[in-house]
Design a binder for this molecule. Structure first.
Ligand code: GLU
Length: 340
């Protein structure tokens, strides 16, 4: 083992979630308070972590992630950019509640440079639980953050031994420790017994990593609403969003389809320059361009939650009052960001 002083240094930034959660007994796994333990206490549960990397714990906050907002993303993005600019750190890991981890991860992927590893992790069982999954996930995330092969891959997510790209990872389970998958593209690699293994090289920079760097730290992003399509969905839901939001993501049926009446409403938005992105509520598979919806923007591989993040940032980077120019810019962004 390398002597401690020669090990790479990784920042471990804690934001809250189940990984810092506390329940009343070790047998309680469902009912607990998320975001309680400070980062130092989490590190105490990791004997041997000092053999993986030198760790600098940073307490950013201690929130259940359902309360994280785009304003928090901005503060977090700025903090991460500062840490990454510090030559003392080879990379960073973040602990985060799993409920909105995929949104924060994709936001960071879009605003941070795709160089040093940024690795998010979380847990499905509170820190007090029998067989808590947090400690091993932190160990694995730190190992990936310290790994030269993780360089240049954009923001990553490590849970239950799998390494996933932020753009592709989605939460697919309410309770399983295997909570995240990249259903279409699969994982980038695995951490086996603490050692990261990537299946492919990092010669291709991940699409759009760092593409919205100009917006790092910007607290006010345009409002984008998600509409969940369902049989007989009332049109006034669409009207409500059209009157208030600057962009809409439709979690459509199947290949991004929608009832005709909803389509008519949303089309009025597109015609007025308000972008509407079609995604799917199915949870897997691409949403493709379709002739009957040619005016809408197809979300490709992006989930509705991720399409919302990209649309918020895309609207922020489309600095033009010209609606045609803005829509062209957004179409291009989604053609790249939603690609398989
Ligand atoms: N809802 C809480 C959160 O997202 C707990 C879920 C979790 O971390 O797994 O922070």
């Amino acid at each position: 083992m390398a002597s401690t002083s020669t090990l790479p240094q990784v920042a471990l930034l804690a934001t809250g979630g189940t990984i810092a959660g506390v329940a009343s007994t070790p047998l309680e796994q469902i009912s607990y308070q998320a975001g309680v333990l400070p980062v130092e206490r989490m590190l105490e549960s990791l004997p041997g972590i000092d053999g993986v990397a030198r760790i600098a714990g940073v307490q950013w906050g201690n929130l259940p992630s359902e309360n994280i907002t785009p304003k928090d993303w901005a503060v977090l993005g700025k903090k991460c950019a500062e840490i990454l600019a510090n030559p003392d750190f080879c990379g960073m890991a973040l602990t985060h509640g799993t409920d909105t981890l995929e949104e924060t991860a994709f936001y960071l992927d879009l605003v941070l440079p795709p160089g040093k590893p940024v690795v998010l992790t979380g847990a499905m069982r509170p820190a007090t639980s029998l067989s808590a999954d947090g400690p091993i996930n932190i160990r694995d995330a730190v190992a990936v953050a310290a790994c030269p092969a993780a360089y240049g891959r954009g923001v990553l997510l490590v849970m239950n031994g799998r390494i996933l790209a932020a753009r592709a990872a989605v939460k697919v389970s309410t309770l399983d420790v295997e909570a995240f998958r990249a259903l279409e593209s699969g994982c980038l690699g695995r951490v086996i017994n603490g050692e990261p293994h990537f299946y492919h090289g990092n010669e291709h920079a991940p699409p759009l990593s760092g593409a919205c760097a100009a917006l790092t730290g910007q607290p006010e992003l345009p409002r984008v609403d998600i509409l969940y399509a369902c049989a007989g969905m009332p049109e006034d839901l669409a009207r409500h969003s059209l009157e208030r939001a600057q962009g809409i993501v439709l979690a459509g049926m199947g290949n991004g389809s929608m009832p005709q009446r909803i389509c008519r409403e949303l089309r009025t938005g597109m015609t007025a320059g308000l972008p509407v992105v079609r995604t799917s509520r199915t949870g897997s598979g691409p949403v493709t361009p379709l002739e009957e919806y040619a005016d809408f923007i197809p979300g490709g591989m992006l989930s509705a939650a991720k399409a919302r993040v990209l649309l918020m940032l895309g609207l922020g980077t489309a600095q033009s009052d010209d609606a045609i120019f803005r829509l062209r810019h957004l179409r291009q962004l989604f053609a790249v960001g939603g690609k398989l």
